[in-house]
Design a binder for this molecule. Structure first.
Ligand code: ZN
Length: 141
């Protein structure tokens, strides 16, 4: 199948549903979407490569940074015992159980949170600085 046809499986209508469900925020780092300056992505929680479907239950709204650092990954290896730990799943997990925000930095409450923060690089300086700008307007977290 041609790549562009595969892309069409997530329709504009689905994209709008995902966007609304997420409250117009990244479901991973909670960055608000504003002014359409940065185009957010509808991403597959489990990537197509790993058998993920195009159903709404497998879709999440993500800022470009979270989506790009995640790529098609499902999780990462943590700790000396090299345990595979999956990423946070916005459809199954509750954000506050896995993360907390202190001064625009996101900290893990769990290993799932730790795996997600590490691979998504949510605390890169330019990202915390951007969140700081939103925080000053009362829009973050
Ligand atoms: Zn994000």
């Amino acid at each position: 199948m041609h790549f562009s046809l595969m892309k069409q499986k997530v329709t504009d209508e689905m994209r709008e549903k995902v966007r609304k469900r997420a409250g117009h925020r990244c479901e991973y780092c909670l960055l608000p979407e504003r002014d359409g300056l940065i185009k957010f992505h509808v991403e597959h929680i489990r990537s197509s490569k790993h058998g993920g479907s195009d159903d709404l239950e497998n879709l999440a709204y993500a800022c470009p940074d979270c989506n790009l650092f995640k790529g098609t990954d499902l999780g990462t290896i943590l700790g000396e015992d090299e345990t595979f730990t999956r990423f946070f799943n916005p459809r199954k997990d509750v954000w506050e159980e896995h993360f907390k925000v202190v001064d625009c930095t996101i900290y893990p409450n769990t290993e799932i949170g730790e795996a997600t923060i590490k691979i998504f690089q949510v605390n890169k300086l330019e990202r915390t600085e951007l969140r700081q700008l939103f925080a000053e307007d009362g829009l973050y977290p």
